[in-house]
Write a protein that binds this ligand. Structure first.
Ligand SMILES: Nc1nc2c(ncn2[C@@H]2O[C@H](COP(=O)(O)OP(=O)(O)O)[C@@H](O)[C@H]2O)c(=O)[nH]1
Ligand SMILES: [Mg+2]
Length: 225
């Protein structure tokens, strides 16, 4: 079964919001969702949008490789010392939900090495629709799906779609080509999520990751308040 998940607003604060030396640790945001939906592209775009004003680091989770970390490095979205790769083996959801020790270690290493940090983004290894992050690892989570994966995904639900703090429906630029009905997806998402927010994005457009960046800024404001 999946861990219980509450909907108590932005960045439900976990118990250990401070580091051993008493300073406030970084806000940790997880990004989950199916393979290919645009998690790494969203992480890259968020870094570009936020890095001038915020101190950011990223943890990637790949099954057998460090491909996502290498993509971020090759595209120079952050200096190399701010990117850590965790290799999860065959079960990527285990590393973000059940045995989170490798991810926690990566997060803490980053805080020690390049901190103080404002924000750490943790990208899960691509998984199915059921993967959610442990509350012990992240303070808030984003679930990224895309319109090309089928416009029935919001209707089908699953813990990512129904409980993530933000649902991102990416690749809206592809909707006309794959026959996805964005209005229906919005209605279905609303039905599954109630008042929890949904952002439609196209990372190829000028608007880009803007709505997600705004949401992250709001989470940070709540975290530092
Ligand atoms: N057309 C289009 N392609 C996108 C968009 N976002 C990501 N992609 C592409 O989708 C593919 C998978 O993206 P990636 O971020 O690696 O997915 P991940 O597996 O969820 O990390 C890449 O080729 C991206 O360039 C988008 O908004 N529109
Ligand atoms: Mg990725």
């Amino acid at each position: 079964m999946h861990l219980g998940h509450t909907h108590d607003g932005p960045a439900a604060v976990s118990a250990d919001a401070t580091r051993p030396d008493g300073t406030r640790r970084a806000l940790r945001i997880g990004l989950g969702g199916p393979v290919g939906s645009g998690k790494t592209a969203t992480v890259a775009a968020l870094c570009r949008e936020l890095r001038d004003r915020l101190s950011i680091a990223v943890v990637t989770n790949d099954i057998y490789t460090r491909e996502d970390a290498d993509f971020l490095l090759n595209n120079a979205v952050l200096p190399p010392e701010r990117i850590q790769a965790v290799e999860t083996g065959a079960c990527p959801h285990t590393a973000i939900r059940d045995d989170i020790s490798a991810n926690l270690e990566a997060v803490e290493d980053l805080e020690d090495a390049v901190g103080p940090l404002d924000l750490i983004l943790v990208e899960s290894g691509g998984d199915n629709l059921t993967a959610t992050f442990s509350k012990g690892l992240v303070d808030a989570q984003i679930f990224v799906i895309d319109v090309a994966g089928g416009d029935d995904i919001p209707r089908k639900g699953g813990p990512g779609v129904t409980t993530a703090d933000l649902l991102v429906i990416n690749k809206t630029d592809l909707a006309p080509y794959v026959g996805s009905d964005l209005e229906q997806m919005a209605l279905d998402a609303k039905k599954q999520r109630g008042d929890l927010p949904v952002a439609f994005t196209s990372l190829t457009s000028a608007e880009g990751v803007g709505p997600v960046a705004d949401w992250v800024r709001a989470q940070l404001a709540a975290w530092t308040a």
